[in-house]
Ligand binder design. Structure first.
Ligand code: AMP
Length: 368
């Protein structure tokens, strides 16, 4: 385990694994370019080590050059890609193979393609040492890939966390065992969203409310929104498959999170099982499920009040609210047992001042 700035990282890929992937790539590319002299264009800063080892493994004559782009600040891709060192002039009329250290969302790649679109290169190919298929937007074909990796935050072998870690010979990944992942449990109106808002600040967690994600999609008229709308309007649950995939996407979008608060998820046994299985693949787990308890009559009056302010249609009609409670009693309440069996279930009185309730929740979290 190594520490860079404030975070811990654990070994992920050894130097040997990386070098053998590079050798495979070099030979594959060499087979395609045996009759010409390609220019390999490394993307700085991250690709410098890759370019060096790649060239040593490349068996035929070739040229090398660099462009410099920057898109990361801290741990997440900011989405802003700056060009700091422009396309070299000597590429005109030549076959260019871009050497990228890692392709994740594809935003940097878009900028690269754009940079080279104004040049008269003979041919333009893309090679990436690491590739994260689960987050790639698929806009361009990636011609050569060294290794497919999951969407974990990685450092080493040229890649950095706020500029540290580039000199490591191996690749390390963020150690998730310091994470706290919480499930907030409780009926509609129990205060899960309100409390999540405070807890996420206090414990530096990422709040994922499946209800909010659905409402965002409905508002923006996405395919997912259209699909979910009819269920939500009736106060029924959205089908598991849709909800589970959406939840996974939300987690994948936040590889840097110090932990998550799941609010409104899981709501069925299938969702709880899927969450456990999914987190396990990422070396993560649910640390605690905390239920906010309150009686139905109080909840109905809170929800009707909220409906007046927010305009949420499922909060304005008592019969829809009661239907949501029925869904909860039938499908969600049994999860209590699921988490009790794992020794993770905690119950908190959800009636009282908001700050008092935050204190009760914090007491549970601090004892974890
Ligand atoms: P909420 O904002 O959590 O009360 O969710 C509002 C509505 O979104 C629910 O009544 C469901 O129709 C839908 N929804 C939210 N989360 C889930 C989930 N985990 N599974 C199925 N449906 C959900």
């Amino acid at each position: 385990m190594i520490k860079l700035h404030d975070k811990f990282f654990k070994p992920f890929l050894s130097e040997e694994e990386i070098l053998s992937a590079i050798e495979r790539m070099a030979l594959e590319i060499a087979a395609d370019y045996k009759d010409s002299v390609p220019v390999f264009v490394g993307v700085l800063n991250g690709a410098f080590m890759f370019v060096s080892d790649f060239l040593k493994a490349y068996p035929h004559p070739c040229e090398v050059s660099f462009v410099r782009l920057s898109s990361y600040q801290g741990l997440t891709s900011t989405g802003i890609v700056e060009s700091l060192l422009d396309v070299p002039e000597e590429v005109e009329g030549k076959s260019v193979v871009i050497l990228e250290d890692v392709i994740d969302t594809g935003r940097t790649l878009k900028q690269l393609v754009h940079l080279f679109s104004n040049t008269n290169v003979k041919e333009f190919k893309i090679a990436s040492l690491f590739y994260k298929p689960s987050v790639y937007n698929g806009e361009y074909t990636i011609d050569y890939v060294g290794m497919e990796i999951p969407n974990n935050f990685i450092v080493g072998y040229g890649l950095d966390y706020n500029e540290l870690g580039r000199n490591l010979r191996a690749v390390y990944q963020l150690n998730e065992s310091h994470m706290i992942n919480l499930v907030l449990f409780g009926k509609p109106g129990a205060g899960k969203g309100t409390q999540a808002g405070f807890l996420k600040e206090k414990y530096n967690l990422k709040h994922i409310s499946t209800g909010d994600v659905f409402r965002y999609n409905i508002k923006n008229g996405t395919e997912l929104g259209t699909l979910a709308k009819s269920y939500i309007d009736r106060g029924d649950l959205v089908p598991d498959e849709v909800t589970i995939n959406m939840l996974k996407d939300e987690v994948e979008k936040n590889p840097e999170a110090a932990g998550f608060i799941f609010d409104g998820f899981p709501r069925t046994a299938a969702q709880a099982q899927a969450l456990d299985n999914f987190l396990e693949t990422k070396d993560m787990k649910v640390n605690a499920t905390i239920a906010l308890e309150a009686d139905d009559d109080i909840l109905v009056s809170r929800l009707l009040e909220r409906g007046k302010e927010s305009g949420r249609s499922d909060d304005q009609d008592e019969s829809k609210i009661r239907n949501r409670f029925d869904e909860y009693n039938e499908k969600t309440a049994p999860l209590r047992e699921y988490y009790e069996e794992q020794g993770k279930f905690h119950s908190v009185n959800g009636i009282g001042e908001i700050t008092e309730i935050t204190e009760r929740l914090s007491a549970v979290i601090n004892a974890l």
